[in-house]
Design a protein around this ligand. Structure first.
Ligand SMILES: NC(=O)c1ccc[n+]([C@@H]2O[C@H](COP(=O)([O-])OP(=O)(O)OC[C@H]3O[C@@H](n4cnc5c(N)ncnc54)[C@H](OP(=O)(O)O)[C@@H]3O)[C@@H](O)[C@H]2O)c1
Length: 339
């Protein structure tokens, strides 16, 4: 598997990043148990992947514990990324010095390691001065607890604010953004991708199969099967579960998924591989997060990196998934960045 530098840094990461949000059972949305998670991590490593992403939020810390146990004895070869800011159990939230310090120490404990390769702010915190956040994160780097810094779900403005604040406090800049990006979610094309390029952030795309919608397993007019993620979410008591599923199972998304399935059939491949190859081939994407629930899904998804999407197929998918991003979408000739 190809490895590339993450943003303006010397950190080498695989083009595929293993997402672990499915590992665990804690909030009742049972996905991959610990044995399956272990098989997935083994298969990822065998394929040459070295980049693994988790968060304190996932299954209220259970996911980090599973990842920590699976990496025992082989921690060194893995670029381990986690995130803080979200509420976990009864602890606080946000990007304050108080919360982040506690969150990082808890992540280190659960992961069974004394350092994180890439520590990411899970989301922006409007109630903490960004200088406080960037100085705190820099302290983590100086203390040897963290090697590199990243963020997730930041807007273009927030990326610029964070980088300028890091410079103001003499701190360590961010080297990555983890945004949602797929054929059903292309908002980052408006401003965020160019902010990343200008400010030295690599892009690690998540939700690249639209939560499974682009894998072709949901059809218009048919209820999702109970074992699928959407089937598990609909009617689940977790706050926001229904809204999450409904936001993905829209008419527009299912229409895009249908086009992906048609392209896959014509190419003699699978919808997942087509959807992932589309993201992997987009300018500005450093690494593509895979969110497998089973080792079979992982193996299939890894094959996407060998799929060369023909230009005509790519153009068709671009067209059907094109979103109205307003005047900043780069479609005016004077806004297209020169490369
Ligand atoms: N920073 C953030 O805010 C944020 C948010 C979300 C995720 N993430 C990260 O991104 C990773 C991936 O996110 P995601 O889980 O939403 O990604 P995703 O790849 O869009 O969706 C994953 C789901 O797609 C289905 N799937 C995957 N491979 C498949 C295949 N080959 N065939 C059929 N179905 C397949 C599975 O659904 P079934 O379970 O139905 O089989 C799986 O649970 C997470 O693990 C996490 O690390 C970050």
């Amino acid at each position: 598997m190809d490895h590339v530098n993450l943003g303006h840094s010397g950190l080498r990461v695989s083009r595929a990043c293993l997402g672990t949000m499915n590992f665990g059972t804690e909030h009742g949305l049972a996905a991959s148990d610990e044995a399956e998670a272990g098989r997935i991590i083994d298969a990822f490593a065998e394929a040459g992947g070295n980049f693994i992403d988790t968060a304190d939020l996932y299954h209220r810390g259970e996911t980090e514990e599973i990842v920590g146990r699976a990496l025992k004895g082989r921690r060194e070869w893995m670029v381990l990324a986690t995130k803080g800011a979200m509420p976990v159990g009864t602890e606080g939230r946000g990007l304050s010095r108080r919360h982040l310090t506690r969150a990082l120490d808890a992540s280190l404990r659960r992961l069974g390691t004394d350092y994180i390769d890439l520590y990411q702010c899970h989301q922006w915190d409007p109630s903490t001065p960004i200088e406080e956040t960037m100085a705190t994160l820099d302290g983590f780097v100086k203390a040897g607890k963290v090697r590199y810094l990243g963020c997730s779900n930041f807007t273009a403005t927030q990326i610029v604010e964070a980088q300028w604040a890091a410079a103001r406090v003499g701190g360590t800049p961010l080297v990555s953004l983890q945004p949602q990006y797929s054929l059903v979610q292309r908002v980052i094309e408006a401003e965020i991708l160019s902010a990343c390029e200008r400010h030295g952030l690599g892009v690690v795309a998540y939700g690249t199969l639209g939560g499974g919608v682009l894998a072709g397993r949901y059809r218009r007019g048919q209820a999702p099967d109970a074992g699928s993620r959407m089937g598990r979410l609909l009617g689940h008591s977790m706050p926001g579960a229904n809204r999450w599923a409904e936001s993905l199972l829209t008419e527009r998304n299912l229409e895009i998924a249908e086009a992906v399935s048609q392209v896959a059939a014509e190419l003699g491949t699978t919808p997942s591989k087509v959807a992932l190859a589309w993201v992997a081939g987009r300018a500005g994407v450093t690494s593509v997060l895979l969110g497998p629930r089973t080792v079979e899904q992982l193996r299939e998804n890894l094959e996407a990196f060998d799929l060369d999407l023909p230009e005509a197929a790519r153009a068709r998918l671009d067209e059907i998934s094109r979103a109205d991003l307003g005047p900043m979408d780069g479609s005016f000739f004077h806004l297209v960045p020169r490369r």
